[in-house]
Write a protein that binds this ligand. Structure first.
Ligand code: FE2
Ligand code: FE2
Length: 326
């Protein structure tokens, strides 16, 4: 007599005959605590009421049990082993069952570790993405402190650019990226001296050249990130002053060579600047600003985006929903 199964509760399913009795005796010889259920149904009930450590099923009872127990119970419940798996030349059924139980336990452990890891990866990715969004929000806030007149401008631009993108049929993910990245379009203004940035009246050519560097400076701040969100932010910062006809800056790109996100933000940015007062200009009426955008179609702006802009209409142009969940 060995004690390979000491303390192991074995439920024999389909135990209505000599084969079951013989098997029960041999397992009990390995110090198992054996219970016998006459058929699959009785076995399922017994298994659910007071789970054994293992169910050994004879003949058809295995298939029947698999049908009776739902997949979750099979996954987390006691292993279900067909009796013929215990037939072995070299080992007793008790030893054989012990081996099978050990490997089932190992498998289950590996499965648990795997799903714990998968859950952790998902959670970590989520944390990372919200940390990135939070970082961009703080960076946008810092940029806004550079110029009181641009307070809330960045969020309005982001909201309008996203509405335009939505009109063009962009995916929900692309729109989310725009909402979070577009407020950063002028982050490069951190690098522009107050004497120029806050100057009332017109800038000299030399001063304007300095202002123009904000596009590249902003892109540098956001460059080389391993995240799609930051790549979008970088692209917007760099390309939001490119013009459809190729006369914009910093890269003098034209047409579809200008990243779409930059083209969207360009329209939204110009509109918002027009309808709000700036140190160097009074506010346009909404109609005048709309007409100004319209007249830039094909020269300053992507004509398709201007069309989307016209489709949205003044009510949407002026709606400035909170970008950050407000
Ligand atoms: Fe800008
Ligand atoms: Fe702007």
């Amino acid at each position: 007599m060995d004690d390979a199964l000491a303390g192991t509760r074995v439920l024999i399913a389909g135990g209505d005959g000599d084969a079951a009795r013989a098997l029960g005796a041999r397992l009990a010889a390995g110090a198992a605590q054996v219970t016998v259920a006459p058929d699959a149904e009785a076995a399922a009930q017994a298994a659910l009421a007071g789970p054994p450590d293992v169910i050994v099923a004879l003949g058809a009872a295995e298939t029947e049990l698999r049908e009776l127990l739902d997949p979750l119970e099979l996954r987390s419940g006691p292993p279900l082993i067909p009796a013929n798996a215990l037939a072995n030349q070299k080992r007793s059924p008790a030893e054989r069952l012990r081996l099978l139980l050990d490997s089932a336990a190992l498998e289950r452990r590996a499965r648990d570790v795997e799903s714990a890891l998968a859950a952790q990866t998902v959670a970590r990715r989520r944390d990372l993405e919200s940390a990135r969004i939070e970082m961009l929000r703080r960076l946008a806030l810092a940029a806004e402190y550079r110029d009181d007149n641009t307070r809330e401008h960045t969020e309005r631009v982001a909201a309008l650019a996203a509405r335009l993108g939505q009109r063009l049929g962009l995916s929900e993910l692309a729109l989310t990226h725009i909402r979070h990245a577009a407020p950063l379009h002028d982050v490069g203004k951190i690098a522009i001296p107050d004497s120029i940035l806050l100057k009332p009246g017109r800038l000299s050519n030399a001063e304007f050249e300095v202002v123009k560097t904000h596009a590249e400076a902003g892109a540098r701040v956001l460059a080389d990130a391993e995240s799609e969100l930051l790549e979008v932010a970088e692209s917007i910062a760099r390309s939001h002053h490119e013009r459809w006809d190729g006369t914009g800056y910093p890269d003098a790109l034209s047409g579809a060579d200008i990243p779409l996100v930059g083209r969207l933000v360009h329209v939204a940015d110009v509109f918002d600047i027009l309808v709000h007062e700036r140190p160097y200009k009074d506010a346009f009426s909404v109609e005048d600003a709309g007409a100004e955008i319209q007249s830039g179609a094909g020269t300053q702006f992507d004509p398709e985006i201007v069309e989307a802009f016209a489709d949205l209409g003044p009510r949407v142009w002026l709606a400035a929903p909170g970008v950050y969940g407000g």
